[in-house]
Design a protein around this ligand. Structure first.
Ligand SMILES: Nc1ncnc2c1ncn2[C@@H]1O[C@H](COP(=O)(O)OP(=O)(O)O)[C@@H](O)[C@H]1O
Ligand SMILES: [Mg+2]
Length: 855
């Protein structure tokens, strides 16, 4: 038995797209078959049926109605599938034989453009990676907004650097050459949930890359190294291949170097909770959440992008801050602007959908409604004095022509569908009005026929109806069948009546339906030409949209500063970080009525290089250190800071490491991980960096941990010279003040009151006098009997001097490990570290001897 022609066609198309779920348009449905059907029915909760395909076994099948497809596609794409959309390329009614079908677009996690799939407040990046001999080029594109960037990544430990650079983009999909190192792709997937899309190596060659860039941009790129050009070219090729349309809407590739921005690796991003909270992975509880007062989607995206990539260029930071300053002091202008911005829609993404042909008449109205606000907004900023606002003002085009064209053409509440009419404003086009009239009159005609036939036949229940199969018909209920005149032609029998047509009805119908079809076609044509007109203004619209986003961010920064009492930081290239009354932007918001105690910070690269902070658990050490880092990030992103005064010498990188046992959230809090991260700081921090160590060395035994912590402080002081905040529970380390250059002891004050401890939250010079562990236990509700007994034990221990007093009071968890296990662990580590190839036979014997002894 031969396979059916439709199925043959399907299988041929499927063969071209083996890595996609193929959604094949058949009539009013998108159908999926075989494994695709099984996957989709599982993921989308669809009923799995079967289709006769000519073969003995029916093909597993499931489908979704075409008009509801978007949400189903969104679900599949968000779960990491690629979906190939296969359309009917001719009208099935007119096609001779099998309808021609083609894949018109492949939707993947990194290439979605529809609002329904995207989070308004964040960009969605597709990345492309080209690596070769110790260097790499990486490119990022947000297909929904048209932004494209590329950079080189070089140096040792390239994977780590790549991940750090990518962290600000968190790409949802990565294009890379077939056969790319599995360790690299796995790391992307683990870190950002990235879908890996391999492409032929050839696509990454210099010549292919240049060709791809030329196809889209018309000329070879003037800048960019070979690496970034190869990555960008392959990225473009991938977008072409999946989107299958003109990509001239993409912005030119912005080549940048990593050192144009503050370096924040992914561990530090996580620890500092810049855009998402560590625990919930949500925006709530993050720095972004605390400072976001934006009013538009594009503004929200831009603010997020700025916090992800703070600047290091003094002038650029100052420019941003000057804009905020002006809107901060002019509250009236700020609030009027913010009010106007409320009405601004996501023009950037609508423009992309216009290019894609997926935007509808309502989207055009949204552009017009935004354009209507532009004269007012431009007027409001036109008196501004700062270069930042002046620049924004200059870039706002009021788009009068676009606004007028849309308003004139499109109805106030147009249909969402493109091909069903109902879009064009009455009075705009004479032919449209005339056809509408005809359609309407046709309906009146039908009503008249109905009246006439009722009277003529005396059938009271006679009515005219419409369905897609027969068109217009006359319906007569059963009880009147005998009154039906002979000229009625029967078309359908129902349970309680019959349906007929007459010649007159059919004539009227062809007039009505003909007019309807012509009307829909004409409206669509007018829509398309208007769309073409708007697209011609794409550059002006894009520049304006960008200016509005910048304005929104500027207003947001000024608004949060006014509401929360932030101040403008003084920025320079000194080594100083001096902050008065600094607060934690997020913690203070969570204190609900409670008072956040502000603290000062005084760091430089000289005598105040390393703040060594001790103090009881819960005193506020971690909070304090993070708030300093967050202030520096805010300042360099061009925002005001939560303090009364701040001077920030520009920092090149920020590092934050948390002792393993403190980092419960990550789930893999191993000592090894902690040490890997510390190693990374020691290798990458510079004199210009800000480093935060939060209780490192906790994940191992007391003496080990203390020794490591001490060695790290010494090395950071002597070899790196970075400004460092170092919180530790090892009181012994306070001895370093005076011994090691730049170390200054601080502690966060606490007072004993009876059995309890009172946290004063104030950071003061000197070391903590006590760790108050037992008092904290009492505060936490540990039963009195236990607290009392603990005090007894502590006293005995100190008197007998069995364990050095300070350290012994807060033994870390690792003491649970028995010494035997520890010995075995050491042997294992030792064997792992052995390089057999360089070992002489004699050394081998002696290592064996030592291992045996250790056991
Ligand atoms: N300056 C402050 N003002 C008010 N509350 C604070 C302050 N600093 C910290 N806290 C509160 O104390 C809690 C514990 O702080 P944390 O920094 O985790 O302490 P530590 O690291 O010393 O154990 C925080 O969750 C916060 O609620
Ligand atoms: Mg802490």
């Amino acid at each position: 038995m031969p396979i059916s022609p439709l199925m043959k066609q399907y299988l041929e198309i499927k063969q071209e797209h083996p890595d996609c779920i193929l959604m094949c348009r058949i009539g009013d449905f998108y159908e999926m078959f075989y494994e695709d059907a099984e996957t989709a029915s599982r993921e989308l909760d669809l009923v799995l049926t079967g289709k006769d395909c000519g073969l003995e076994k029916r093909a597993p099948m499931c489908g979704v109605p075409f008009h509801a497809a978007e949400s189903y596609i969104a679900k599949l794409v968000s779960r990491g599938y690629r979906v190939a959309i296969c359309e009917q390329m001719e009208d099935p009614a007119l096609a001779k034989g099998l309808v021609k079908r083609e894949v018109i677009r492949i939707i993947t996690p990194g290439t979605v453009t529809e609002g329904g799939y995207l989070d308004e407040g964040r960009n969605n990046y597709l990345a492309s990676l080209w690596m070769s001999s110790g260097a790499a080029g990486i490119a990022f594109a947000d297909v929904s907004t048209g932004e494209v960037r590329a950079t080189d990544v070089t140096g040792d430990d390239i994977l780590h650097r790549l991940l750090s650079e990518s962290a600000a983009f968190a790409p949802s999909e990565l294009v890379c050459p077939e056969g790319t190192d599995g360790e690299v792709t796995a790391a992307f997937t683990a870190r950002f949930g990235t879908l890996i899309s391999p492409m032929a190596k050839e696509d990454f060659s210099k010549s292919s890359a240049l060709e791809a860039l030329k196809r889209v941009y018309g000329e070879a790129p003037a800048e960019g190294s070979d690496f970034s050009v190869c990555a960008a070219g392959a990225l473009i090729a991938y977008i072409e291949r999946t989107q299958k349309r003109d990509l001239s809407y993409l912005q030119p590739v912005a080549y940048y170097t990593c050192d144009e921005f503050m370096g924040i690796d992914s561990a530090s991003r996580r620890n500092l909770e810049i855009t998402e909270s560590m625990r919930t992975k949500q925006k709530k509880g993050s720095l972004l959440w605390a400072v976001d007062r934006t009013r538009t989607g594009a503004g929200a995206r831009l603010l997020r992008a700025r916090l992800e990539k703070p600047l290091v260029n003094e002038t650029a930071i100052r420019t941003r801050l000057d804009g905020v300053k002006e809107l901060f002091s002019d509250g009236v202008m700020r609030e009027e602007l913010r009010e106007a911005l409320k009405g601004v829609t996501d023009v950037e993404r609508i423009m992309t959908r216009l290019v894609y042909g997926t935007a509808n008449a309502r989207d055009l109205n949204a552009i017009a409604n935004t354009a209507k606000l532009l004269p007012e907004i431009k007027e409001l900023v036109s008196g501004a004095k700062s270069a930042c606002l002046k620049h924004i003002c200059a870039n706002i085009d009021v788009l009068e022509d676009v606004c007028e064209a849309i308003t004139k053409t499109i109805d106030d509440e147009p249909s969402m569908l493109l091909k069903e009419g109902g879009m064009i404003r009455p009075g705009c086009n004479a032919a449209v009005d005339e056809l509408r009239d005809m359609v309407k009159n046709g309906k009146q005609w039908l009503a008249r026929i109905e009246e006439y036939e009722k009277e003529k036949t005396g059938i009271k229940t006679l009515k005219i109806g419409y369905n897609r199969v027969f068109g217009y018909y006359i319906e007569v209920s059963k009880s009147f069948i005998d009154k039906v005149p002979p000229e009625y032609i029967r078309r359908q029998t129902l349970a309680n009546g019959e349906r007929y047509v007459t010649q007159e009805l059919k004539d009227t119908e062809s007039r009505v339906l003909g007019a309807r079809d012509r009307l829909c076609a004409l409206e669509y044509e007018l829509f398309c030409s208007l769309r073409g007109f708007v697209l011609k203004a794409a550059d002006r619209i894009h520049t304006t949209a960008e200016a509005l986003a910048e304005l929104d961010v500027c207003c947001s920064n000024a608004a949060v500063a006014a509401e929360q009492g932030y101040t403008c930081p003084e920025i320079d290239r000194s080594d100083v970080i001096k902050i008065k009354n600094c607060r934690h932007p997020v913690v203070e918001r969570f204190l609900e009525g409670g008072y956040f105690v502000p603290n000062d910070c005084d760091l430089d690269c000289g005598a105040n290089r390393i703040m060594l902070i001790t103090g009881p658990n819960m005193a506020g050490k971690s909070t304090y250190m993070r708030q300093i880092a967050l202030c520096v990030i805010l300042a360099q992103a061009g925002c005001f800071v939560p303090a009364t005064e701040a001077r920030i010498g520009i920092v090149d990188r920020v590092f934050t490491r948390v002792g393993a046992s403190d980092d419960l959230a990550s789930g893999n809090s191993t000592f090894m991980l902690e040490m890997t991260e510390v190693a990374d700081i020691l290798k990458n921090a510079t004199r210009k960096s800000l480093v935060i160590y939060d209780e490192i060395g906790r994940g191992t035994s007391t003496y080990d941990g203390m020794s490591i912590a001490r060695a790290v402080v010494e090395y950071t002081s002597s070899k790196i010279g970075a400004k460092t905040l170092f919180a530790t529970h090892y009181h012994e380390l306070t001895e370093l003040e005076g011994e090691t250059d730049g170390v200054v002891n601080y502690n966060i004050a606490a007072k004993k009151r009876g059995n309890d401890v009172v946290f004063l939250r104030k950071i003061v010079r000197g070391s903590a006098d006590d760790s108050y562990g037992i008092e904290v236990a009492h505060l936490a509700g540990v039963p009195d009997a236990v607290v009392k007994r603990a005090k007894q034990i502590l006293q005995t221990l100190s008197e007998q001097g069995r364990i050095p007093p300070a350290a012994s009071r807060r033994e870390p968890e690792s003491d649970n490990i028995s010494f035997e296990a520890l010995g075995e662990q050491r042997v294992i580590e030792r064997i792992k570290g052995l390089d057999i190839n360089t070992l002489t036979p004699y050394e081998a014997i002696s290592v064996l001897y030592e291992l045996k002894k250790e056991l």
